[in-house]
Design a protein around this ligand. Structure first.
Ligand code: LLP
Length: 427
């Protein structure tokens, strides 16, 4: 049953599902399963659609590495002109190693350590988004020690209520751990303006993730604009950036895709009213639609009147279904006509290990392949080694070419960091 065109990059050719011009069967044969398969064309398409819509808005795109920090994905986005948004020393390391210049990197996150702040200052990143007074003080200290002036934006909690698919991906509400409470921002901004080893370059927000509707951006930016005006009225003349965060949605099921024309209109207004360069931190929008998780059916089983499809991928490869109850469309790679209502579950020893519950899926048999769609964002990045499972391979497809961009882990990788004979020290 051909539903492939719903996701550009993945379509049925004849009877079988392809990624661009490559049959997923061929990839499974070559690299095994489970495997993430990415469509380079889809990533390019999303990047150029977003930057194209914003062509007349002074802006910078900083791809949010948390969605997928694999080198092959970073190389692709960097080669198209994207900057990077990182939230840990590890992501900073990955971004630098992938060739992003420090001035193309912004550093955010609610709990940066002294070491991470030091690394960001030493590297000379464009902007460090600060989330509390304690962090501003520590950053000031670190910059003073290094004889530098750290470039700072304050992450404002805009305190607006946003409809989200799951409570775990809400970020911009009152009382949330993220950002500086709205009524404390001016005070903190005054400190940042006064202290010699930080310079206040901007304000930042992130209203939520998987946002189909754009009203939260309107309300959030209104609040940021009002703060900018107040700061300027007080003589703060260093502001250069307004960071509107990430959050643009992709289509997992029947969600409305965000209207980029309307998004650009809103951003045009914000840029004009502020006179500042806008920063965007999209993650999911750029890569979410760009991958499937390819998995093979191991067994079929009936238990308690329920049908089970047991696959070689589960929560260790794609955590989103069990962690957020997230919906990912599942399609048989080969030809099938019969359907079945089943739980599609993985091999992990947890009842919460599933890819789909009570789902009308193709009546696939052991040995057949399934593609789990919409797996490009927060898929491989959240994969883990629980049950000592090796993280899967990642394959990039570009037209008729394919390449492994991350090899499948080996058993040796699992024990690489372990000390076999501990060096006991007595105190
Ligand atoms: N900027 C900040 C400050 C963020 O917290 C996030 C995501 C982004 C940008 C990128 O957001 P995006 O454009 O991807 O929506 N693991 C969850 C999503 C967590 C999002 C966390 N913050 C999921 O699988 O749905």
């Amino acid at each position: 049953m051909g539903t492939g065109l719903l996701v550009p990059g993945f379509a049925r050719v004849g009877d079988t599902l392809h990624c661009e011009d490559v049959a997923l069967e061929a990839i499974a044969d070559a690299v095994g399963t489970p495997a993430y398969v990415y469509s380079a064309g889809t990533i390019r398409d999303r990047y150029t659609r977003l930057t194209g819509a914003l062509a007349h808005v002074p802006h910078r795109v900083h791809y949010s590495l948390k969605a997928n920090s694999s080198r092959g994905v970073l190389d692709l986005l960097r080669s198209h002109g994207s900057g990077a948004d990182v939230v840990s020393g590890g992501e900073l390391f990955r971004a630098l190693r992938a060739g992003f210049r420090p001035e193309e990197i912004i550093f955010g996150g609610v709990g940066k350590t002294r070491g991470e702040l030091h690394d960001a200052v030493a590297a000379g990143v464009l902007l460090i988004n600060v989330e509390s007074e304690g962090e501003l003080r520590l950053l000031h200290d670190v910059a003073a020690d290094a004889g530098r002036v750290a470039p700072v934006a304050i992450r404002v909690n805009p305190e607006i209520t946003v409809e989200a698919a799951h409570a775990y991906i809400k970020t911009g509400e009152k009382g949330n751990k993220f950002g500086v409470p709205h009524d404390e921002v001016l005070e903190l901004a005054r400190l940042a303006h006064a202290w010699p080893h930080v310079t206040l370059l901007g304000l930042d927000m992130h209203v939520g993730s998987q946002l189909s509707f754009l009203e939260p951006y309107e309300r959030g930016t209104e609040r940021l604009l009002a703060l900018c005006e107040q700061l300027r009225a007080e003589g703060v003349d260093t502001l250069r950036y307004l960071d509107v965060g990430g959050g643009l949605a992709v289509r997992y099921d029947a969600e409305t895709p965000p209207d980029l024309t309307r998004f650009a209109e809103i951003m045009t207004g914000v840029a004009a009213a502020s006179g500042l360069q806008l920063i965007l931190e999209p993650g999911r929008f750029l890569v979410g639609d760009a991958a499937v998780l390819l998995t093979r059916v191991l067994y079929r089983k009936r238990s308690g009147g329920k049908e089970y499809v047991i696959t070689d991928a589960g929560m260790t490869e794609l955590l989103r279904p069990s962690h957020y109850n997230a919906y990912h469309r599942i399609e048989a790679v080969g030809p099938t006509s019969a359907r079945v209502v089943a739980d599609v579950v993985g091999p992990v020893c947890e009842s919460g290990d599933f890819l789909a519950l009570d789902r009308d899926v193709a009546d696939v048999q052991p040995g057949e392949l399934l593609a789990v769609h919409g797996a490009g964002a927060y898929g491989y990045a959240m994969a883990m080694n629980y049950n000592s499972r090796c993280r899967p391979a990642e394959v990039m497809v570009d037209g008729c070419r394919q390449a492994v961009i991350t090899r499948r882990e080996t058993y040796e990788d699992l024990v690489r960091a372990e000390v076999v004979v501990p060096n006991w020290e007595t105190t």
